[in-house]
Write a new protein. Structure first.
Length: 199
């Protein structure tokens, strides 16, 4: 696949490395040209503008901090018909309380009219993907079946197991789960111990 990556942080690096090893062609764009050049060199990718990163791509990863989403999507322009993977968490640092009304994925859909937004990759820390640990289940949601299929392939290529839990209306619920996990972790508690194990 031809994948556009908007962002140059740790998640862009970790997923980009996995996808590059799986044989996908990566195009990287960020708000910092220097960081984009460094990341592209590391991944064997091509540095492009945000607009070029989304044009004609099979999928686009929105790997920026939640408060930078509006700016990067404005620069990217038309994403109509493109699977847009949203791993952003709009949460209060160290607390996990969500800072948006509705879902962040819903906000992304508003900012990128016509894009096929899929909420995914928002729950596990970057280190999960960087170290290539044992497969984890990646809960995701979205309204477009083809976008969900494409995202599912990329989840598998990153070493995860995709699990579609419904349409994009479920995004707020998934984001609340991330907030819970983040809050517990920063409080020094193990989130895994607070979730019942189903026999």
């Amino acid at each position: 696949m031809r994948i556009g990556i908007l962002g140059t942080g740790t998640l862009a690096r970790a997923l980009g490395a996995m996808w590059s090893r799986a044989g996908h062609e990566l195009l990287v764009a960020g708000r910092s040209q220097d960081k984009a050049v460094r990341l592209a060199k590391e991944l064997g990718a091509t540095v492009v503008t945000p607009r070029e990163a989304v044009a004609g791509r099979d999928a686009v990863l929105l790997a920026v901090a939640w408060d930078g989403v509006a700016d990067i999507l404005r620069e990217a322009g038309d994403l109509a018909g493109t699977p847009l993977i949203d791993p952003t968490n709009a949460v209060e640092h160290g607390v996990g309380v969500l800072l948006t009304e509705g879902s962040m994925a819903g906000r992304v859909a508003e900012l990128a009219p016509g894009a096929h937004v899929v909420k995914a990759f928002h729950l596990f820390p970057t280190e999960q993907w960087a170290r290539g640990a044992a497969p984890v289940t990646v809960a995701m949601c979205g309204d477009d079946p083809e976008a969900l299929r494409v995202t599912g392939e990329l989840v598998r290529d990153a070493g995860g197991v995709p699990a579609v839990v419904g349409g994009l209306e479920r995004a707020r619920q998934l984001e609340e789960v991330a907030g819970f996990v983040i809050g517990m972790a920063f409080a020094g508690q193990d989130p895994n111990a607070a979730i019942p194990k189903v026999a």
